[in-house]
Design a protein. Structure first.
Length: 187
């Protein structure tokens, strides 16, 4: 997906896009008009150039904003499932205990550095994409109040559980902070 840029390149990209756009805009107006037809033709041509530049500049700015979206993972940060144990057999309603190392928990919206909140991925094969908030559905449960455990209910059978930490805006860290995926058998 989007390769995170460091802040220097991100700023440079943004400024370049702005500068380039404003130069294109300047070119539209100082038209010398020998005749009305000539003027309209020139204007049309320059507007077209301006519009295509505006579209491209918008794209560049979008990329620079997107690239700024991922919060870098704190060094050594880890997340893990304390219980149940991998391979455990559990009742339909059971408690999952969450653990973290080298990162603190904070509610969603709290932008304190080196914090995040838990997301429980249930029967998820593909990790949530970088650069977008973690989905919020039955397979991606958010614990945006900085909870350290949850009581969940699953249908009988085998299920996989995995934790992923998200930042204040529910975005995966870069690189993603995910636990080992465990399998439980629900009675
Ligand atoms: Cu979240």
């Amino acid at each position: 997906m989007v390769t995170p840029l460091n802040s220097f390149y991100r700023d440079a990209l943004f400024r370049l896009a702005l500068l380039w756009l404003s130069r294109a805009f300047d070119n539209v107006w100082p038209l010398s008009c020998h005749s009305r037809a000539n003027f309209m033709e020139k204007l049309e041509k320059r507007m077209k150039t301006f519009m295509s530049r505006a579209a491209l500049a918008g794209l560049l700015m979008g990329v620079s904003v997107l690239a700024s979206a991922a919060t870098p993972a704190p060094k050594g940060a880890e997340v893990f499932i304390v219980s149940p144990a991998d391979g455990a057999t559990v009742a339909q309603t059971f408690t999952v205990n969450f653990g973290v190392k080298e990162i603190a928990l904070a509610p969603a919206g709290d932008v304190t550095k080196n914090t995040g909140h838990h997301h429980l991925l249930i029967d998820v094969d593909k990790l949530p994409a970088a650069g977008a908030p973690i989905p919020n559905d039955a397979n991606h449960m958010h614990f945006g109040k900085a909870q350290t455990h949850a009581e969940i209910k699953l249908a009988p059978g085998k299920h996989t559980l995995q934790l992923e930490l998200g930042d204040s805006g529910h975005m995966p860290f870069d690189p993603p902070i995910v636990s080992k995926k465990i399998t439980v058998t629900v009675k």
